[in-house]
Structure formats: C-alpha cells, structure tokens
Ligand binder design. Structure first.
Ligand code: ADP
Ligand code: MG
Ligand code: MG
Length: 907
C-alpha cells in the first residue's frame, strides 16, 4: 500500500530534507529540524502525490488517505496526551499548505483547528485563561470561514473594528475574554447568513475540510498564474501539513516572530527579525500592531524593545538554533518561531529569498566561513545577476515614492540594465547639444545607426518600438548604457516636442525622465542614480579596487570562474575603447569587430557615401582610397588595444541603403561632393531602395558585386597589422565573411581577399597571413557546413541572423508579436534573447559536426547576442564551441556561465 502520510516531530519522525518532492518544502524541513532535535510541534504531512490523486478522483480524498490521516492523528494524540475534539483538554492543530518551492499564490494557513463551542470551554479551563481560549476561537472561526468556507474575512474584520470603536480600544490585546466570546457568536451568525448552514462543529469534519481546501488552492487562479510565471509544473502538487498548535497568544511570556540569518537586501552577515509578544501566526506581518526588533543592534535608538532584552534566554536559544540551521543547510535561512510560556518552538525554516547583490555576497561569505566550497558558490550564482553589480542603480525607496506619487509612466522591455535619468532629447543632435549642459535621456520611436553619436552622448536610451535585439538595444548593451525598448504606450510627438502617457505630459529639452533598464520601468521626473562601484574601478578608474568590497567580490568571482571554465570568452567590440573595457572585464580577444560602424563618424560618412553613390568603378575606387587610411588607423588602434589577442573582423555587412542620406540637406551636400545634380543623387538613393533589405543586397553579396570594397578592407586590415607589427605589437586578425549561404560565395570572396593579401606582401616584401573564415548565419550554410569548411578556416555563429533566418522572424519587427508568443507559451523565451536550443541550436549542432567532418581542427565561436546569455552559453559549451563572444559589459556574465557549464558537465 502506498504511504500517503508521514509523521514528523514527537516520537515518530518519518521524513527528512531529502524528501522535498514528496513532502513539500515546509514538511520536509519540519521533519529535518525534528531529526536535529530542534523543538518542532509534532504533526504529519499528507504527500504531494495525494494532491495529484485528489484531482484524479474528481476532487475527492481517497479512503486510504483518510484512513492514514486518522491513524497519524491517533499517534499524535497519544504523544500529546490530548485528543482532537476532547471537551476537557482538546488537541488543536494548524493546517498548512506546502509545495516543493514556496508559492505565495497558495492557501492561507488555518490555525487553532479543533475548536468548537464545547472545546473552547475545555481550552479555557485547561489553560486557566479564557481570554486566550476565545481569542483563539475567534481567529479560527475567521480563518476557517475565509479560507475553507469562502466567507471573506472582511466581514469579520468589520465586526472587530466596530467593537473597538464602541469600546474605545485600539489593540487586539486589550479586548477581553467576554468581548471575544461575544464576537465569536456574531461570527457564527455571519457564516449562517452567508452559507445557510451552521459553522462545522465536528473537528474531524473541520480537519478534512482544511486538507481539501489546501488541495483546492493548488488550482486557484493566483496559484496558476504564479506557477506560469515561475515555470513550476502543474503536476508537482502541494503537500498538506497538519501540526500541533503551540500558542504565542497565551500571555506576556508568549510571542511569535520571523528571523533571517543574513540581510536579505545586502547579504551582510547579521541576524535580524521581528516579533510580537502575546500574538499568533501572521500578526507580525498583518500590520495591525507594530512588530518589535529581535536584536538590540536592530533596536538601537528606536525606543523599541528587542527580544534580546525582553527574553534574553529565549533569544540566546533562538540565535543558536538559527545559526545551527544555517550551518546545516549551508545557506541563509528564513525562519518562523513561536514562544509558548517561555519555551521556543521552530515552525518553519527555508532558504531565504534575497536580492541579486545579497545572493552574491552570501555565496562568497559562505566560502570564507568554510561552509561551502568555491565550486558550490559559483554554481549557486545566477550569472545574470552580475549585471546588477555593474549597472548604475536607483535608490529603491525613492523609486517606491515615485510609484506612490503616480509617476510611473509605463513599462517597456528591460533591454539594457541600469538606471539613467536625464532631460528628454528627441533626436541625436539634440542629445549631443543638451549633454553639454547635463544628463540626457534619448527618447526615440526607434534608433538607427545615424543616432550613434546621440546615443553616446545620452545617459540612457528609451524607444517606443523595437525588441530586445533592435538597434537601440544591441548598441546600448554594447555601450553598457541603460536602455528601455518597445515602450509602446509612449506617445512621442516630435512636432509638439512632448512625450506622454495618459495624463502625464513631459516636454523635451526641459523635463526629466528616468528609466530603469533592469526592470523596464519609465518614470516621469528625476530619480537619483549612481554608477556601480565595479565600473568605477574597472572602467572609469576613479576608485581603487582595494577600497571597494563589491569590486573585491567581483574580482574573486572572476578568479574562480577562470579556474574552472574551458571555453574562451571574447567580446564584440568595434572601437579601441570598447576593446579596452572588455579586456578590463577579462575578454580574451574580439569575436566580432563590425567594420561598418567605422564609417559613420564625421568626415568618413561623406567619403563612404561618395563611394556608394558613385556611378562607376572609377568613382568608387577614388572614394575607397580616401577610406583606406581611415580604416587602417582604426584597425591599428584595435590591434594595439588587443596586443597579442585574436581579433575577428567582419567585412562590411549591412545594406548600402542604410548609409545614404535620406534628407534633402544631406543629399544636397553629397551632390556637391560628387559634382552631380541633386536630382541625380536622389535617383541614385532611390535605386538603392530595397523591399526587404535584411535579405537583400548585403553581406558577402556586396563583396561579390563590388570586390573593390572588400579589397580595400582587406588591405586596411593587413597594412594595419604590418604597421603595428613594426612597433612590436602582435596583431592577430581573423577575417570573416558575413552572410555566406553557399561555399562558392566564400570561395569567390576569399579569392579576392587572398589576391589583395598577396599584392600587399609583394609590395612590402612581407609574408603576412591570417585565417579567413565565415559567419554561419544562414541555415543553408549550416546544413552544408562540410562544404563551407573546405574554404573556411573558422566558423563564427551569428545567432541573431541565424534565428531571424531560421525562424523567419524579423529582428526589427518581432517586438510586436514575440511577447505574445511568450505569454501564450508558444515559445518559452524570446529566441533572440535565449537561443532556441532545439531548432536554431540544432542548426548549430549540425554545422559543428559537418564542419569538423571536413576540417577537424576548425575553430568555432559564436558572436550573436546569445554569447552573453547564460543558458545559451551553457548550450554552446555543450556542443563544443571554442569561444563565445558578447558585448563588453556581458563578458563577466559569460565568464561565470562558462565556468558553471564546465562544472555542471563535470558532475
Ligand atoms: P505561510 O506559508 O504563509 O508562511 P504558514 O503555514 O507558515 O504559512 O503559517 C502562517 C503562520 O502561522 C506562521 O506565522 C506560522 O508560524 C504560524 N503557524 C503555523 N502553524 C502553527 C502551529 N502549529 N502553531 C503555531 N503557529 C503556527
Ligand atoms: Mg510560513
Ligand atoms: Mg549577421
């Protein structure tokens, strides 16, 4: 026969902490505490399997379960020398829910179950304390009615309020036995009125009613929503705990409270909590009385009386017990306790929830205290949480105040972590102008490469349109700038120069707006933000490492991770500055250096536009000649910054149309430069227009139609490498061709590149060479990777485009429907954020296998945004890539994720 009920505490203890799946978190830890001889009121747990059974049977408790419950009850009664329903000396119990992971969506606890009109009298005389007995009864009537019978607790609260108003009493503790008794009668009348039947007086009926209500609560809307949000499977079910009551409400030598072994907000190792004298259950959190601090330290100067002072002996035992439990579970504990006539009982212990920052600190402190080893600490970290160590932050209290004041405008996508505040700028130029005077937030419908300078000038970027990999998002993350994207509720009126949502209207140029890129929140007004200490040390160099505890922790995590990871971590960087930042964060090379960004600044864009708009080869060559030295200088800068580390350079990729001027002023300027009419420029721009530029004339197709462009680029790279080499700097370029779908595209392009290389070597009398490889970002290239690898010396998976092409989801338009996909569970995640491991990952897997089949030593890396997503990084480790590459500020995250992947696969 299946065992459905497990006893804990007392003489029979059948569970322990390893039985979480069966007994739920609360139940298994109660049993574990009993194993440790920590005083726990005895009881029993009905397993999570019964929950599943209950639903299978059409919401009925099988007889075998009922039998086992009654048997466990008998054991409990014998141990306590009391019986449920005994009119002289009744046993009372609580009924508590308890899923595998704690779920705030679940049922509220019912306390003092077993009381009725007769047993309450027995309790009064047995305890010699009628006030306590009727206080307990009224609590039970209210909780049971609310939670099990569905009569809302407000009805009862109103009665208590009315009594207090009538008698002029402010606190529950002032209400007398007689008064509580009177309320109990009124409570039962309410139930009768609402339900048309009496409140159940039979304790066994009450007990099964309570158990069923817990199982029913598994299927309430809020529980279902919570499970969805937290990826908790519906099949898990909840357990039910039935536990002997201990009473914190018997008088002034009694009380109840909660405690934490470390600070849940900062992780600081200090014990704290709250308690109330003469109180029961949730009184501490209910807010009707002001809870008191547990320690003297906490109470300092508050005028409040700490438990440490009021009950020093109990306090000592509590502190010792909590420390023991922390050492036992090897993690910060969140505990519940009750003091009954001077004796301490523990009612719950669990691993406490904490902020990201606290999580990091606690894991590291536990290593220092030798409770866990560094591998365990690394595995406990949430790699994504490192972002919180690097991002500027708002003060939480100030943020809450803004929310209360109705200044939260809307919520968009949390595209670039960190907090930014500034005056609203509606264009890149405006951002640059305003930035000279103070902080700026650039607010745009969406951004384009032309906005780059404005994005650099701004403290943060806010867009109304675009997803997590829209231009604004990718560039902002690359720059480590806070960014909120796709805040579609925003009304941006460029003519009126306002940004509004509902009644809130802000004026560009004067009004402040604040964005939290970690949460997606947008606030009207100015919130104070401060830069993260780690950045002050690593990037700004305004703070010394030894002066920052946060930095030291960060550095320690990096050191541990570097010891365990096997995959290399590179960065996506286009400028020497990006490269420097990434290197400071630990990048071991550049995995993606985009060359087109180099064409935007200042005079370059003119020369580049001249090249694009030229009518013939001669014109193009003349313009390219102007670009060559510029690009060469850029590469010299990057090679110098990365001295000795590999730099993967991607040849020009975007459609040319993105570079040409679309406004008349710009076009007129170009007409002058090239020496043709404005009409002529207009018509050439027109000709470049494409219906579907993402799949149009871009990537390697540009080099096939205009080989002179990639020849210029190859020359810039090689000459730069040779030049810096003369100064003793080791340049290690790896050149890659984007958007290859067919091996012959690569073969042709490579031919041009090698030809140029040979020409340079001949000119200079050198023998320079560098690897030439390809991006794998078109499904056809993945499927035919064995052929592609005959030409490519390395693959770099461009998983952004591979996702776009593999799913057929436009990167720039998916913001309108992908959130819906995720909400409706069609997709677990946005595939642009976390790699779709089955489909797009399948293509990666195929390409890895096929690539290695024809070139066994082929070097493999990834340079899509996924290179900085921990779950994707673990996947890439699994398929055996040599490195991942991500934006500079995500390098530490990738480093930790790579270490975790290595540790997990070693297990
Ligand atoms: P939650 O999961 O919402 O915290 P709990 O089941 O832990 O619900 O209980 C709610 C409150 O009731 C807690 O303060 C707990 O300590 C208290 N409580 C539960 N069972 C008992 C009991 N048998 N004796 C005394 N207090 C109890
Ligand atoms: Mg609890
Ligand atoms: Mg691409």
């Amino acid at each position: 026969m299946t065992k459905h009920v497990y006893s804990f505490g007392g003489d029979r203890n059948e569970g322990n902490a390893t039985m979480r799946n069966l007994l739920g978190g609360k139940g298994c830890n109660l049993a574990e505490m009993a194993c440790l001889d920590i005083p726990v009121p005895p009881g029993f747990t009905v397993t999570t399997e019964v929950c599943t059974l209950y639903y299978k049977e059409g919401k009925k408790l099988p007889q075998s379960v009922k039998d086992q419950v009654l048997e466990a009850l008998k054991v409990l009664e014998t141990a306590r020398g009391k019986k449920l329903g005994d009119e002289k000396n009744p046993l009372l119990v609580s009924v508590r829910s308890g899923a595998r992971v704690s779920m705030p969506g679940m049922m509220d606890t019912v306390l003092n179950l077993g009381l009725n009109d007769k047993t309450v009298e027995g309790l009064a005389s047995a305890s010699g304390n009628p006030r306590f007995a009727y206080d307990s009864y009224r609590r039970f009537l209210m909780m049971y009615s609310d939670v099990v019978l569905g009569v809302h607790k407000d009805h009862f609260e109103h009665k208590i309020e009315a009594l207090k108003a009538k008698t002029g009493k402010a606190l529950d503790t002032e209400i007398s036995a007689e008064e509580w008794k009177g309320l109990c009668t009124e409570f039962k009348v309410i139930v009768k009125e609402k339900l048309g039947r009496e409140f159940p007086q039979d304790p066994i009926e009450q007990l099964f009613g309570g158990i069923q209500a817990v199982f029913d609560s598994w299927d309430t809307e809020r529980a279902i929503i919570y499970r969805k949000m937290n990826r908790i499977p519906d099949e898990w079910g909840t357990a039910v705990n039935v536990q002997t009551m201990v009473f914190g409400n018997m008088g002034d030598d009694c009380g109840t409270g909660v405690a934490f072994t470390r600070d849940t907000g900062t992780g600081e190792p200090y014990f704290y909590g709250e308690y109330l004298i003469n109180a029961q259950g949730e009184d501490v959190v209910a807010g009707t009385r002001t809870p008191q601090p547990i320690t003297k330290y906490q109470a300092a100067d508050s005028g409040l009386k700490s438990l440490e002072e009021v009950m020093p002996e109990v306090f000592k035992t509590l502190l010792a017990t909590c420390n023991r439990l922390e050492a036992h579970f090897k993690d910060m504990q969140d505990l519940e306790f009750t003091i009954e006539q001077g004796k301490l009982y523990m009612l719950q212990t669990r691993i406490g929830k904490r902020t990201a920052v606290a999580g990091i600190r606690i894991a590291m402190d536990l290593v220092k205290e030798k409770m866990i080893d560094e591998k365990t600490a690394l595995l406990r970290l949430n790699a994504d949480d490192l972002v919180q160590l690097l991002a500027p932050i708002f003060n939480q209290k100030e943020k809450d105040a803004f929310k209360k004041a109705g200044k939260l405008m809307t919520k968009g996508l949390n595209a670039g972590p960190g907090a930014a505040t500034g005056v609203i700028a509606l264009s890149a130029e405006e951002a640059e102008v305003l930035a000279a005077k103070g902080p700026v937030v650039l607010v745009r419908i969406e951004t384009s490469p032309e906005d780059l300078a404005g994005m650099v000038a701004a403290n943060g970027i806010l867009t109304a349109r675009g997803g997590m990999t829209s231009h604004a998002a990718v560039v902002a993350r690359g720059m480590g700038k806070p960014c909120v994207c796709g805040a579609s509720a925003l009304n941006i009126d460029v003519k009126k120069r306002t940004v509004s949502v509902g009644g809130i209207v802000l004026n560009a140029g004067t009004d402040f707006i604040s964005i939290d890129g970690s949460t997606g929140e947008v606030f009207a007004g100015q919130l104070a933000a401060s830069p993260a200490e780690v950045n002050q040390v690593v990037v700004d160099k305004t703070l010394k490492g030894e002066d920052s505890e946060t930095y030291k922790r960060f550095a320690q995590i990096m050191e541990w991770s570097n010891n365990y990871r096997t995959m290399n971590v590179r960065t996506n960087a286009d400028t020497p500055n990006d490269a420097d930042v990434a290197k400071a964060f630990g990048a071991e090379g550049i995995g993606l250096c985009r060359t087109e960004h180099m064409f935007f600044e200042g005079e370059r864009i003119i020369a580049f536009r001249e090249m694009i708009l030229s009518k013939d080869l001669e014109g193009r060559k003349a313009a390219l000649k102007k670009l060559l030295p510029i690009q060469r200088t850029d590469f010299e800068g990057i090679f110098t910054a990365m001295n000795g580390l590999p730099v993967t350079i991607r040849l020009i990729d975007p459609p040319l149309h993105e570079f040409v001027p679309h406004d008349e002023r710009g076009q007129a300027e170009m007409a002058k430069v090239i020496g043709v009419s404005l009409e002529e420029v207009k018509s050439r721009v027109e000709k470049l227009h494409e219906f579907n530029p993402m799949m149009g004339h871009r990537g390697c197709r540009l080099g096939i139609t205009y080989p002179e462009i990639i020849r210029m680029q190859m020359r810039a790279i090689v000459e730069a490498a040779i030049n810096v080499g003369k100064k003793g700097i080791v340049a290690k370029p790896e050149v890659m061709v984007p958007l290859v779908g067919h091996v012959k595209e690569l073969a042709y392009t490579k031919g041009e590149m090698l030809d140029e290389l040979a020409a340079i070597n001949k000119e200079q009398g050198t023998t320079f060479s560098c690897p030439i490889g390809t991006m794998i970002e078109i499904p056809r290239a993945a499927i035919t990777a064995d052929e592609v690898a005959t030409e490519a010396e390395f693959f770099s998976f461009g998983t952004n485009d591979l996702t776009q092409m593999g799913f057929g989801f436009s990167r720039d338009d998916s913001g309108t429907f992908l959130p819906e996909y995720v909400a409706k569970k069609i997709l677990e995640d946005d595939p642009f954020q976390s790699l779709d491991q089955k489909g797009i990952g399948g293509l990666v897997r195929i390409a890895v296998e096929k690539g290695r089949s024809t070139r066994p030593n082929i070097k493999l890396g990834v340079c899509g945004e996924h290179g900085g997503d921990p779950r994707s990084v673990k996947f890439f480790h699994g398929v055996g890539l040599n490195y991942v590459s991500c934006s500079p500020y995500r390098v530490p995250i990738a480093i930790v994720a790579a270490a975790q992947a290595a540790l997990e696969s070693a297990k």
